[in-house]
Design a protein around this ligand. Structure first.
Ligand code: AMP
Length: 258
């Protein structure tokens, strides 16, 4: 497995890929868990060359978000990527991705509660993903259904800007108790984790009003519960706060990915 830190080095790796080989990209912010591993495995099964990017993208964190305390453990991540047979890890610095003078942003103009709750978040996501698509030039990019509105934003971006990258969306990986695995779960105390289980339970009702009631009964601070359309599939999505930790989750309501 190669670890490359500059766009030039990544370009040199990419240039060695022969025509006809399928390149898969798994964009990540590190702190790997079973959700990331599912994406690596799908990419490994479907592509000739698997590239994982590891970059905690400052542009998608708001002023009140948790950028400074976002979990980072590169050695562990590289070990996991190697075990999952990833070919190339692209782990650029902040300066490599956003050098002085950086001034171009991608704004995908679709409505959604997650975007409204986190102003600027999807601008950061769309911008970094388009940069990664241009740098890596994958045939297929792998994302998790866990971040449902992110999927909707990226689908729109790829279509509207004729990017020519295929999206593959993998179902949400959950722990045995039903909680969607997330890098942020490590912040939850045992008691908070118990309370957090109301989130998947609420979504299991598959109904906005009933989901709201479950969250209210559990005493969780609810950011939103909404149904939105992604590519013809209705998705029930919610965000809650437990102390200073914010959790999101969703279930496709019909014909979806879960
Ligand atoms: P992150 O490193 O948090 O940006 O996540 C990288 C990718 O993993 C994104 O496409 C996420 O949607 C995906 N992901 C995160 N959690 C899960 C999960 N529980 N199941 C499936 N995919 C996930």
């Amino acid at each position: 497995m190669k670890v490359v830190r500059t766009i030039a080095e990544l370009g040199a790796e990419r240039a060695q890929v022969t025509d006809g080989c399928k390149v898969g990209l798994v964009p990540t912010m590190g702190a790997f868990h079973a959700g990331h591993v599912a994406l690596f495995r799908a990419a490994r099964a479907e592509c000739d060359v698997v590239v994982a990017s590891l970059f905690v993208n400052p542009a998608q964190f708001g002023a009140n978000d948790d950028l400074a305390r976002y979990p980072r453990n590169e050695q562990r991540d590289l070990q996991i990527a190697m075990e999952e047979d990833v070919d190339v890890v692209f782990a650029p610095s902040r300066e490599e991705m956003y050098p002085d003078g950086f001034a171009t942003w991608v704004h995908v103009d679709i409505a959604g509660a997650e975007g409204e709750a986190r102003p600027g978040h999807f601008r950061g996501v769309a911008t970094v993903c388009l940069k990664l698509f241009n740098i890596v030039r994958p045939h297929v990019a792998y994302f998790g259904q866990k971040d449902a509105q992110q999927v909707a934003v990226l689908r729109r971006l790829l279509h509207d800007l004729n990017v020519g990258v295929e999206l593959r969306i993998l179902p949400t990986v959950r722990d045995a108790d039903g909680l969607a695995v997330s890098s942020r779960n490590i912040y939850l105390s045992a008691r908070d984790r118990e309370r957090a289980l109301a989130l998947p339970r609420a979504l299991d009702t598959r109904d906005v009003e009933r989901a709201r009631a479950v969250l209210a009964n559990a005493g969780l601070d609810t950011d939103y519960v909404e149904v939105f359309d992604d590519n013809g599939t209705r998705v029930l999505a919610a965000a809650v706060r437990i102390g200073s930790t914010r959790l999101i989750d969703n279930v496709p309501l019909e014909g979806g990915n879960e």
